[in-house]
Ligand binder design. Structure first.
Ligand SMILES: [Zn+2]
Length: 153
């Protein structure tokens, strides 16, 4: 029989969590669509643990990871992602870019190219077994741009 997934706040800090790492923009408009995407499309329906999304955020993260912005050194992003992977045993990273980004004001088509490159960069860190690059479009719908690694988590 399937267990019902634990609801938010049912667990204390030492509870049983499935950690997923979001590496995206600081923009709060991506929070809800990405959370919904992770719960519906990334995590197995049989997962009984509460989902905890570790957030590594910078303005215009897709530009930073693809080398188009020097706002934050990539090494700092790597070190934050490393904490999520090593201390929380997150095996999955979601790399996010979005439309109307104040930190990276480029056309959507450029975001998509930067997300593709960002997924390759994060893959090269060897911290995660699965990396999914997504774009939150003008309607705040989540489009999968590219992914490395198979299956749900
Ligand atoms: Zn942004």
């Amino acid at each position: 029989m399937k267990e019902i997934r634990k609801t938010e706040k049912e667990n204390g800090m030492d509870g049983d969590f499935l950690f997923i790492t979001e590496i995206g923009c600081m923009d709060g408009r991506e929070t809800e669509p990405v959370e919904r995407f992770i719960k519906n499309n990334v995590v197995s329906k049989d997962e009984s643990r509460e989902i905890a999304i570790d957030k590594v955020t910078e303005p215009g993260m897709d530009a930073i990871l693809s080398g188009e912005s020097k706002f934050t050194p990539i090494f700092q992003v790597y070190k934050k992602a490393e904490i999520s992977a090593k201390h929380h045993e997150s095996s999955t990273a979601i790399v996010v870019g979005h439309s109307s980004c104040a930190g990276n004001p480029v056309e959507d088509s450029i975001h998509i190219k930067q997300i593709e490159k960002s997924v390759k960069v994060v893959s090269g860190w060897n911290l995660f077994t699965k990396i999914i690059g997504v774009f939150v479009d003008a309607k705040r719908e989540v489009q999968i741009i590219s992914s490395i690694g198979e299956g749900k988590v």
